[in-house]
Ligand binder design. Sequence first.
Ligand SMILES: *Cc1c(COP(=O)(O)O)cnc(C)c1O
Length: 376
Amino acid sequence: MTEKIRRFLDERRPATPCLVVDLDVIEDNYLNLNRLLPAAKIFYAVKANPMPEVVGRLRSLGSSFDTASRGEIELVLSQGADPANVSFGNTIKKETDIATAYALGVRLFAFDSEAELEKIARSAPGSRVFCRVLVECDGAEWPLSRKFGCAPQMAADLMVKAREHGLDPYGISFHVGSQQTDLGQWDKAVGGVAQLFSILRERDVELRMINLGGGFPAKYRSDIPPLEAYAEAVMGAIYKHFGNAIPDIIIEPGRSMAGDAGVLQTEVVLISKKDEAEDKRWIYLDVGKFSGLAETMDEAIKYRLCTPHDGGATGPVILAGPTCDSADILYEKANYELPVDLKIGDKIEILATGAYTTSYSSVNFNGFAPLNTICI
Ligand SMILES: *Cc1c(COP(=O)(O)O)cnc(C)c1O
């Protein structure tokens, strides 16, 4: 937690649950990634945290944007982004939204199927396109496999078709899965893309761009390699597979940009046991799966918690949210322990919650308001 967030929580005492995002951390993360991967152009994945202040700060630093919908495109343009620096990166788009994006000046579009390519050809003529290929997401804590991407052979055929349709066959993208902890995944994926460059060169299509997607981590409960190691793995893979013919490089970080910029403060609503003979306590918080912590689904993302009693004796707990849905349990199997002194009314801070929280919060389930988010 940054000094700035600590001071804000102490002095302002916002009603909980409340997510506080430190824009200076977003800035540091952007500058750091830019320093470590100077050859890559950063397209911030807006879905990670779509607060206008976050987008605005990144825009002022020179970031480009990866968007998934008409709403996200309008958001980044309203924050002053140049449409030339916006990618419509979702492979599943309504044709009317493609047309709107094109009318707004967007000229870079993703696809992974023939039908989507035809929509782009009709409604965004002459645009740059990139094809997303399927990759394994082994090692990712939040995998993005199966739903997106096509087989490499299909990508090759579609890029030839893209040219026949009068589009600019710009490059290939992939995403190794979010919160990727296996640095070897980029080598495999980049190797596959380099092969596609060769195959297409023989078919007279000269690709010029590789889009490495996201996957860079935030710090949750487990240790992660330093960002330097990620940068080395990525650039090592590029040099190994592309030699001296390095294409344009795009990266689309979301989690690594916004994750550790946010702290979610919550209050303990109830502490109980289901049976006096059990030593496991149930700790019910005023935030849960439906108010921002969706990534605790299957206990995939394991957040770090801070309490006022840290350092004292701890005991095993099950953590749950406040709603009347039994799916609203955060951690039951992940062996969380909290101080035995914890009491109802105590504040708990959930760290590194700047990504994939605010935008996942439901509108009014059980009458609970969407997660209040404050950028400072
Ligand atoms: C979600 C998403 C990202 C961001 O991924 P992170 O792992 O959060 O960095 C990047 N690109 C695309 C296409 C995405 O859907």
